[in-house]
Ligand binder design. Structure first.
Ligand SMILES: [Zn+2]
Length: 319
């Protein structure tokens, strides 16, 4: 029987888990709530017992598992499996690999969640057949994964591809979670777009967005995107601004690495062709023509499964 892979995608709200075949097909997937209490100390125990329970439930022997891959929203060192910090989970200075290996008695490999998403898209998604790709995940924040010659680029201490923290506004930028000002994430992420809307909404009282906001007192990236789809000028302005800085950042990265594919995923990518068209326009404006011509811009196709599939890829190829 072919070995089974386990993919784990740790998020701020849920942990997604899957049994994945050697060929990258999800055989069974499930999720558990992320318990952030007590500095996230229960998360690792929860993951381990959940995997063991499912194995039991599916009468699968633990010896059929080749290994476990884990993607986490963290600053981490893949080689040692050490997590320096995961702000959204409360983790600080924990040896994720060692602790999980101890609890499961299985080999474990870890990486940043943006990187596992990129690997997932390379293996089974929009990046299939590409060895050189840039993958951008736009949600609450902005994550990036850079794959060159089929390998994730980590850099000297695991920070490569943190493109959400590209400084795109050198002056008068908004404060970012990382402590800097003017990061791409402060404009083009879901959070960034909502911030832009909040700042300007009083000046656009007749917009669809303001009308909805006055009714519900809610403002979300989803609302902005839906209003933009209905041709609301104010919402379109926000999506255009987010796309401008995204296109600028993508052009600069693309000039650096000359990728074959650029894959955009995450919640904000649900804006679909509207976002893609605008980003493509600005990417073309700021990139060298040969760089633009060489790169195919596409939306991610795996959705929420990219992380577990990419984590399983790690278990297959890095253990
Ligand atoms: Zn930042």
């Amino acid at each position: 029987m072919e070995p089974l892979l386990v993919g784990v995608d740790v998020g701020g709200t849920t942990v997604k888990l899957a049994f994945v075949s050697d060929g990258g097909e999800i055989l069974h997937k499930w999720s558990i709530a992320t318990d952030k209490s007590n500095s996230g100390k229960n998360i690792i125990t929860d993951i381990a017992s959940s995997i063991l329970n499912r194995l039991d439930q599916y009468k699968q022997d633990i010896s059929s598992i080749k290994g476990v891959g884990v993607g986490a929203p963290a600053f981490l060192d893949m080689e040692t499996g050490f997590v320096h910090e995961a702000v959204n989970l409360g983790w600080k200075n924990i040896n994720l690999k060692k602790e999980l290996e101890h609890k499961l008695n299985l080999p474990v490999v870890i990486d940043n969640d943006a990187n596992t998403a990129a690997l997932g898209e390379m293996w089974k998604g929009a990046g299939v057949q590409s060895q050189n790709l840039l993958c951008i995940t736009i949600g609450t924040g902005i994550g990036g994964g850079i794959i060159i010659n089929g390998e994730i680029v980590h850099g000297i201490n695991g920070m490569a591809g943190e493109i959400g923290h590209f400084t795109v506004l050198p002056e008068n930028g908004a404060l970012c979670n990382c402590g800097k000002k003017g990061c791409l994430e402060t404009i083009s992420s879901a959070t960034g777009m909502v911030r832009l809307a909040r700042e300007e909404i009083a000046h656009h009282p007749d917009s669809l967005l303001a009308t909805q906001y006055n009714k519900t007192n809610l403002l979300s990236a989803k609302m902005i995107i839906e209003a933009a789809r209905k041709n609301d000028d104010f919402a379109l302005e926000i999506v255009d601004k987010a796309s401008f800085y995204l296109g600028l950042a993508i052009a600069n990265i693309a000039i650096t690495i000359n990728p074959e594919k650029i894959v955009i995923g995450g919640g904000v990518s649900k804006a679909g062709s509207l976002l893609l068209k605008k980003v493509s326009k600005y990417f073309k404006q700021f990139a060298l023509p040969r760089v633009y011509e060489g790169a195919h811009l596409a939306l991610a196709t795996l959705g929420n499964d990219a992380g577990v599939i990419g984590a399983a890829w790690l278990a297959k190829n890095k253990l």
